[in-house]
Write a protein that binds this ligand. Structure first.
Ligand SMILES: NC(=O)c1ccc[n+]([C@@H]2O[C@H](COP(=O)([O-])OP(=O)(O)OC[C@H]3O[C@@H](n4cnc5c(N)ncnc54)[C@H](O)[C@@H]3O)[C@@H](O)[C@H]2O)c1
Length: 312
């Protein structure tokens, strides 16, 4: 099996998990950050994640022991870039920082290397603007936690070559991910556009006094949310019949939120300093215990789902 050299730039919440994915399937990985203590913490997190996968029987103890030793940490961007075949950037969501990182990666890396950004929302075209070889730059949008969520959105810009996209799809496939090809560099790519269309309506229902926040969440979890991992919206439309889908849309869509700005309910809460888990008040109120329980329950659920797929 081909084993490209992988580099991950930024070892935070996303970067350490992305490095872990490639190390676990046998690639040599370089992990870059700006401070030694960040890299030490990242390696600690990788070991913790791998232990959880072993406890669930998702990977063997031998694999968990071998993976961290394939990750070399570095404080030099040049060293991280120089012999890599595939470089994934996961530094903070700051346009000029990302542009500068790509300018340097473009200089330091081999001409054949493919470069990608893990940005959640920013334009890949803009991120690549200070690089010269733009044809080898794509988006790779992993979801958090990257080692438990299968999807990676591979974003093609107007400049990315089909070969860069094909290479990226292939290397991700071989690492056990489920890459999808997003053919246009548009805000929200594919999945976040749908997620935020749902959030817009969920917030509007609360704002309009139709139901409160916990009721809205329950309505999703106990109805179409249950079907979603099995039946996507478009297969669902085919299943009910497109004539029926059209009739429902013609009747319902005029009543749904079509705002082009952030929710006024969110704006009101943010202005009041009610930010959710981190302040104890948000759309609902949260004790420290409740928010910790929510985090734990999500991780357990994602580990269960990984177990059902038979993969970490
Ligand atoms: N957190 C999420 O849920 C999530 C999901 C998908 C995508 N993303 C995207 O992934 C990227 C990374 O997000 P994260 O949550 O891992 O961020 P984070 O703040 O946890 O990690 C970023 C890391 O980059 C490092 N870094 C490396 N070079 C740097 C430099 N020159 N200046 C400043 N920091 C530098 C930081 O020290 C830090 O360790 C962002 O673009 C983000 O939008 C995040």
């Amino acid at each position: 099996m081909k084993r490209e050299k992988i580099s991950v730039i930024g070892s935070g919440l996303m970067g350490h998990g992305i490095a872990q994915i490639f190390a676990l399937c046998g690639h040599a990985v370089r992990l870059y950050d700006i401070r030694r203590e960040f890299l030490d913490k990242a390696m600690q997190s990788v070991r913790g994640n791998l232990e959880a996968l072993v406890e669930r029987g998702l990977i063997s103890e031998q694999d968990a022991a071998a993976a961290p030793s394939r990750i070399t940490t570095t404080l030099s961007l040049e060293e991280a870039a120089s012999d890599a075949d595939f470089i994934i950037e996961a530094v903070p969501e700051d346009m000029s920082l990302k542009q500068d990182i790509f300018r340097q990666l473009d200089l330091f890396s081999k001409p054949s290397a493919i470069l990608s950004s893990n940005t959640s929302v920013m334009s890949i075209t803009e991120i690549a603007s200070r690089a010269t070889r733009k044809e080898r730059i794509v988006g790779t949008h992993f979801w958090n936690p990257p080692y438990l969520i299968p999807l990676v959105e591979v974003v093609q810009t107007g400049d990315s070559s089909p070969e860069s996209v094909a290479f990226t799809m292939d290397v991700l496939h071989r690492a056990g991910k489920r890459p999808i090809h997003c053919r246009k560099d548009v805000p929200g790519f594919v999945a976040n556009r749908m997620q935020h269309a749902l959030w817009r309506e969920a917030l509007y229902i609360v704002e309009q006094g139709i139901a409160d926040a916990s009721t809205v969440d329950e309505a999703v979890r106990l109805s179409f949310g249950l079907r979603l991992p099995q039946l996507g919206p478009l297969e669902n439309a085919d299943l009910v019949g497109l004539d029926m889908a059209l009739a429902i849309q013609d009747y319902l869509l005029p009543h749904l939120c079509d705002s082009h700005t952030g929710s006024s309910l969110l704006r009101e809460r943010v202005t009041a300093g009610e930010l959710g888990f981190k302040t104890g008040l948000g759309l609902r109120s949260w004790t420290g215990e409740e928010s910790a329980a929510s985090h734990r329950a999500l991780r357990e659920y994602l580990l269960d789902m990984a177990g059902r797929r038979g993969t970490g």
